[in-house]
Design a protein around this ligand. Structure first.
Ligand code: NCD
Length: 354
């Protein structure tokens, strides 16, 4: 997708000074901008709500559609998306809410006439109770939080922002669904070795997930970061994780850690984030998950991926060793995304127990 008309930075200095409110056990009316807002008890509240919502969907509980009845979610995606966009839309509809978007896609929004992000956000905030924003610039969701706080003092119907990913910054709701999936499968985060593989420099999902694992403060967790040096996890994130008492092992070779790993989290090399396509070409084949690599993993390991996948993990991985390898759980992970996003929408819009 090409960028909005004037191609100038859309993020103001306000964004960089803006501090989203910590959740502190109360989600109602709060923007969801960074995983830095969360601590263990907030995650436990969300895990319980997502588990309960999943149970209610399985039992065809019609009461779900009352939880966000009358609420409107605006979907503002300035980058490509399948899962984040559709899971939020589906979540809102299953809760009885409505979804709006620019009729012919954001390419036909006024951003493409040169409108700035803060005006677009405030315009959207006049019509919606919640805005899900995905934008290529780091800090764009902070910009949304800052300007919605200003707007909310002036209009009747306050609006919250939820980040669907800000460039190479963060992807908080993906990390929430990822950590929920780990917790759900392993029943605890204690004593786990979690290995993140691939483009740890540009991958916003792994930035948010590494921090959330740290904030959960589980016992005896090891985090292995497997990436070529040029795509290593930013040091401020690996230092933060270490500061929470987690043993961090950084290596360029998966073989060093795969046999000790409980959770393997594979990622795509983020081609669209490379300024120089030649550099992408030289690095793109460094980590390829194949059935032969997967055979080295434990029988009770789980393999996750935020998807989309390209050549870094072929579809044979799910099917080659067994007809349908139960260790490859990315589609369950994806469905969990809808449950977690339902839980989040209910919590920020209604604050009720589900
Ligand atoms: C990820 C993203 O957009 O950051 N996808 C997603 O939301 N499920 C990962 C990616 O694009 O590689």
């Amino acid at each position: 997708m090409s960028s909005p008309a004037n191609n100038e930075s859309t993020v103001s200095q306000h964004a960089f000074a803006y501090q989203p409110q910590p959740i502190n056990g109360e989600f109602l009316g709060k923007h969801i901008i960074s995983v830095d807002q969360f601590e263990r008890r907030d995650l436990d509240i969300l895990f319980d709500a997502a588990t309960s919502i999943r149970k209610r969907i399985r039992s065809h509980d019609r009461g779900l559609t009352e939880l966000c009845a009358g609420k409107v979610m605006a979907s503002l995606f300035f980058e490509a998306s399948t899962r984040t966009d559709m899971s939020f839309q589906s979540a809102m509809r299953r809760l009885g809410g409505d979804v709006i978007a620019v009729s012919n896609g954001v390419r036909f929004s006024s951003m493409y006439k040169g409108e700035n992000l803060s005006d677009t956000i405030r315009a959207t905030g006049c019509y919606a109770d919640v805005i899900v924003l995905r934008h290529p610039e780091i800090g764009s969701s902070y910009e949304a939080g800052y300007y919605l706080d200003l707007l909310n003092t002036r209009i009747d119907n306050p609006t919250v922002a939820i980040s669907g990913g800000d460039g190479i910054g963060e992807h908080p709701t993906q990390a929430l669904l990822d950590i929920f999936t780990i917790y759900d499968r392993k029943k605890s985060l204690d004593n786990l070795t979690i290995t993140l593989v691939g483009d740890l420099k540009h991958g916003r999902t792994v930035h948010s997930l590494a921090k959330l694992i740290a904030y959960y403060d589980a016992k005896n967790v090891r985090l292995c970061l497997v990436a070529p040096e040029s795509l290593a996890m930013p040091s401020e994130i690996s230092d933060l994780v270490k500061g929470h008492g987690i043993a961090v092992i950084e290596t360029e070779d998966l073989v060093d850690v795969i046999a000790q790993t409980d959770v393997i989290y594979w990622t795509r090399i983020q081609e669209e984030r490379f300024a120089d396509p030649d550099i992408y070409e030289t690095i793109k084949d460094r980590f390829i998950m194949t059935p032969r690599v997967f055979a080295k993993a434990r029988s009770n390991a789980i393999l996750m991926h935020p998807l989309p996948r390209k050549h870094e993990m072929g579809t044979r991985v799910d099917h080659d060793i067994l007809d349908d390898d139960p260790r490859a759980i990315y589609f369950e992970q994806m469905e969990n995304g809808m449950f977690v996003r339902m839980a989040l929408l209910v919590k920020v819009l209604r604050g009720v127990y589900v």
